[in-house]
Design a protein around this ligand. Structure first.
Ligand SMILES: *Cc1c(COP(=O)(O)O)cnc(C)c1O
Length: 398
């Protein structure tokens, strides 16, 4: 499709469109379409292949019956804001005020967009890890910020503290981290998080943390950066119900932050969606109040899936990184003789009946070389699906 008018000649159009002026589908949409067209197993896009807890699904049905069908308040329904605050207290000892320091958003995606658009002025620097979730770069560009990155390198994808020290400076407005990390499965160390806080203080930067995989860590607990000494006062913590409750299509997310940061973000958010997902809000509140056993259960179940797929990929001949959290594992195809993961991903449905995405989709153009042979596989699928994918991938070597 062609975008009408002169929009494609504007700076924004040039940034978001392909070089031919056509709307560029994301690699995820392209790979999912390929999976649908070929019948391949879709381990590309990260969505679970089963529904979440019945209590949460029932609560949404009940909410429709009970009349939660009109615009919620701008901050979100009190029942959800209270549940978000209680959840952060129960798991992390945090104490956000549900009436002043909690904001419900249209997924983590809107929380990120509103935060960046509200806090970044033209020319301000935003530091992220690289590879990065694809919406970060787009929104930083829309706000005319300057995107600086700190590399996560295979095989363990832990950032180098010296690189962070070099990149963060007085021009830095935001340090945006993602922990646990998509696409690498890395979990950031306490020492690195402490350094982020120290540098944010030194350069008067704001910390933004995307923690949508907070309950999906394997073996290590989740440590929200906002709980470190001196962090809360300058941190926006973002999460979402999608990944925790297998409700990625509901788009109920939230952020917690001191009121002086929340207010400007709300002023942008109210003109993005205003509000969303009325009947899903009380349902996610029910989810956040589920007993501890639910949360330990989803992490244990996903860890088993990680193990099944990681073993299958290793057996197939990939060099597989260890995933400590999230839905994803990174596999290097170089040992199999494939040096271009993007090309391999387009062939993989035919070669093995499996879809994955290249890590280069999460990397800026100038750094794609370093990640050229790496693929991301999602393991948030039934174990028998992962076993079938593993068996099919084993044929790659022959
Ligand atoms: C899935 C995901 C999001 C988007 O969350 P929504 O609640 O669906 O908007 C944001 N950040 C990361 C790292 C993700 O993986």
């Amino acid at each position: 499709m062609t975008v009408s008018g002169a929009w494609e000649r504007t700076a924004r159009g040039a940034m978001l469109l392909g070089s031919n002026g056509q709307l560029r589908p994301t690699i995820f949409a392209e790979m999912s379409a390929l999976a649908t067209a070929t019948g391949a197993i879709n381990l590309g896009q990260g969505f679970p292949d089963e529904d979440g807890p019945i209590e949460v699904l029932d609560a949404a049905r009940r909410a429709i019956t009970d009349g939660f069908n009109q615009y919620p308040p701008g901050l979100g329904y009190p029942v959800l804001r209270e549940a978000i605050a209680a959840h952060q207290k129960r798991f992390y000892g945090m104490n956000p005020d549900p009436d002043r320091e909690v904001l419900v958003t249209a997924g983590a995606t809107e929380a990120l967009a509103a935060t960046i658009l509200a806090l970044v002025e033209e020319g301000d620097e935003v530091v992220t890890l690289e590879p990065f979730y694809d919406s970060y770069a787009a929104i930083i560009a829309l706000s005319r910020g300057v995107h600086r990155t700190v590399a996560l390198r295979a095989p363990d994808f832990q950032p180098d503290p010296d690189e962070l020290r070099q990149v963060v400076g007085d021009r830095t407005r935001l340090i945006l981290i993602n922990n646990p990390h998509n696409p690498t499965g890395a979990v950031l160390s306490r020492e690195f998080l402490e350094l982020v806080v120290e540098l944010a203080h030194r350069h008067d930067a704001i910390i933004v943390t995307d923690e949508v995989y907070e309950h999906l860590t394997f073996g290590t607990g989740h440590l929200p950066i906002a709980t470190l000494p001196g962090a809360w006062e300058r941190t926006v913590t973002i999460s979402s119900g999608g990944k925790t409750f297998n409700t990625t299509g509901w788009k109920i997310g939230w952020l917690t932050a001191p009121n002086r940061l929340l207010e400007p973000i709300l002023s942008v958010k109210q003109f993005l969606t205003y509000v969303n997902g009325a009947p899903f809000q009380p349902a996610i509140a029910v989810g956040l109040g589920l007993p501890d056993a639910f949360f330990t259960g989803i992490a244990a179940g996903l860890q088993r899936k990680r193990d099944v797929l990681s073993a299958g990929l290793t057996k197939a001949g990939f060099a597989v990184s260890r995933s400590s959290g999230s839905y994803f594992v990174v596999a290097d195809a170089a040992p199999l003789g494939f040096t271009d993961a993007a090309a391999l991903c387009r062939q993989l449905p035919e070669l093995a009946g499996v879809v994955a995405v290249p890590i280069s989709a999460f990397v800026s153009d100038e750094n794609k070389g370093e990640y050229a042979s790496l693929l991301r596989f999602a393991f948030c699928k039934h174990v028998d699906v992962l076993e079938r994918a593993s068996a099919q991938l084993a044929d790659l070597r022959r």
